[in-house]
Design a protein around this ligand. Structure first.
Ligand SMILES: NC(=O)c1ccc[n+]([C@@H]2O[C@H](COP(=O)([O-])OP(=O)(O)OC[C@H]3O[C@@H](n4cnc5c(N)ncnc54)[C@H](OP(=O)(O)O)[C@@H]3O)[C@@H](O)[C@H]2O)c1
Length: 211
């Protein structure tokens, strides 16, 4: 199964490419900087150079699934949230539809459920994430929307808390987010699901089965 990973050189993305390769998937590692290709190849990915702010018409061709884990980043302004987090995701959705790619998993964020209730400086980010989520949910693709809390660089222990609404904020390790993304691809019960994700005590498979 060929899986296009948007944001493959990111902190989740690199973990995800390695895990996908370990699990027998064929990750296509989308990068905007060709100098990152060797690193992604070493992780088991097939590098593909494309910019989320550019033309994405052909990038999903020959893929069976897409995982979007890109992001403009904390240091960027509202304009980049719009062109990367929203429009980049929307263009990938359109590309997936055009090329018959059935499955699409997106890394959203806690707070995207109610952008106007977030802190002022976070609102453009949450709004962009929400718009991308809504476009995906309306697309007809087999979608899963994953909304992690604040990310940490811990490797993860395979245990999480997941629910449509967890009713609290908190942290989740990038290692566990990557493991959840792989588990979603392998578990058809996550199709059509949107859920928040934090560190927790429940094994990932069990947590996803309970959604
Ligand atoms: N930080 C948090 O606490 C938090 C919480 C909830 C959700 N999230 C979400 O989690 C996801 C991944 O987080 P992370 O920590 O792995 O992020 P990260 O390390 O900043 O990685 C983001 C990746 O997106 C890529 N990217 C940015 N603009 C691009 C463009 N125009 N074209 C192609 N690629 C582009 C970057 O490429 P370069 O390597 O070229 O820069 C980078 O590889 C994001 O969707 C983020 O919004 C984050």
């Amino acid at each position: 199964m060929r899986v296009l990973v948007a944001g493959s050189h990111g902190k989740i993305g690199r973990r995800l490419v390695g895990l996908l390769a370990e699990h027998g998937y064929r990750p296509v590692a989308m990068i905007r900087d060709p100098e990152q290709a060797a690193e992604l190849r070493d992780l088991g990915g097939e590098p593909l150079v494309a910019n989320l702010e550019g033309d994405l018409e052909a990038v999903t061709e020959g893929c069976d699934a897409v995982v979007y884990t890109a992001g403009a980043g904390a240091g960027s302004g509202a304009a980049k949230k719009e062109t990367v987090d929203r429009q980049g995701a929307e263009k990938l959705i359109e590309s997936a539809l055009r090329h018959g790619v059935g499955r699409f998993v997106i890394v959203s964020s806690m707070g995207a459920d109610a952008p106007d209730e977030g802190p002022e400086q976070m609102r453009p980010y949450y709004a962009a994430k929400r718009a991308a989520d809504d476009a995906l949910a309306a697309s007809g693709l087999d979608y899963t929307i994953v909304r992690p809390g604040q990310l940490t660089d811990e490797p993860g222990d395979g245990r999480v808390s997941a629910a449509l609404s967890l009713g609290r904020s908190g942290q989740v390790s990038r290692g566990d987010v990557a493991a959840v993304l792989v588990a979603c691809l392998g578990d058809g019960r996550t199709v059509g699901k949107t859920f928040e994700l934090l560190d927790g005590d429940t094994p990932i498979g069990e947590a996803l089965a309970s959604l």
